[in-house]
Design a protein around this ligand. Structure first.
Ligand code: 13P
Length: 252
């Protein structure tokens, strides 16, 4: 079901103690906010998912994972499976983040396997994708985004889309301080929704939440979120400070 979402991707930040502190601070600061149809999500590192989940109890905060392995179990040193996430009460996983693609070699094929494994284990997916700067400069951004979605998600049936949230993150805007303009975000989100309509149905297109990610800050969040097809944000750096994260939640 389409909802407004503000999700904080903590990446490789916050140790055990810092995680407890930040969850507590967010819990306190959003307590009296009228969240209505807005989901507040945080994605700490694997080692801190358990404590974050415990500390987020009795609050609106949902704790999700940043990644998972596609296999059920076995000889995959250093990896974490979908079933393991479920077993500690994590129900959502971020897949396809550009850092996973570029730094850890995750291809569309690997992502397809991860998507399938997540859905088999009844995990919701926040699926990230987005073009590189050279793609945009050479006017290939629509083509690139289309192929990322087609390659990893378009084998799914319409029902599976009840468990998918999309996060458009132009790589050139991640951690750079350079944000897509609200118009650029809207243009791409509308394009994505049209793809969903053509491949599936208007219902799937209308019910899928599409988030924008890439240097979202308290100063630009409201304008980006005001766009018709932008349902919220996937926030990196600004999700690590309670004041900034709260201000972004308020902007939605
Ligand atoms: P920044 O908000 O730090 O640019 O990171 C965006 C991001 O990668 C969220 O997943």
């Amino acid at each position: 079901m389409r909802s407004k979402i503000v999700a904080g991707n903590w990446k490789m930040n916050k140790n055990y103690k810092e995680t407890k502190v930040l969850v507590k601070e967010i819990k306190k600061s959003i307590k009296r906010l009228p969240l209505d149809n807005t989901r507040v999500i945080i994605a700490p590192t694997f080692v801190n998912l358990s404590i974050a989940t415990k500390r987020a109890e009795k609050s609106a905060i949902e704790v999700v994972a940043q990644n998972m392995h596609q296999a059920t179990n076995g000889a995959y040193t250093g990896e974490v499976s979908a079933e393991m996430l479920k077993s500690i009460g994590v129900n959502t996983v971020i897949l396809g983040h550009s850092e996973r693609r570029t730094l850890f070699g995750e291809t569309d094929k690997i992502l397809t396997e991860k998507v399938n494994a997540a859905l088999e284990n009844e995990l919701e997916i926040i699926f990230c994708f987005g073009e590189l700067l050279e793609d945009r400069k050479s006017d290939k951004h629509f083509e690139v985004v289309k192929s990322q979605l087609e390659n990893a998600l378009f084998h799914l049936d319409a029902l599976a889309w009840n468990h998918i949230v999309l996060a458009y993150e132009p790589v050139w805007a991640i951690g750079t301080g350079e944000t897509a303009t609200p118009e650029q975000a809207q243009e791409m989100h509308a394009f994505i929704r049209k793809l969903l309509q053509e491949k599936y149905t208007t219902v799937v297109a209308d019910n899928t939440s599409i988030l924008y990610g890439g240097s979202v800050k308290p100063t630009n969040a409201e304008e980006i979120f005001s766009k018709e097809d932008v349902d919220g944000g996937l926030i990196g750096g600004a999700s690590l400070k309670v004041e900034d994260f709260t201000a972004i939640i308020k902007a939605i």
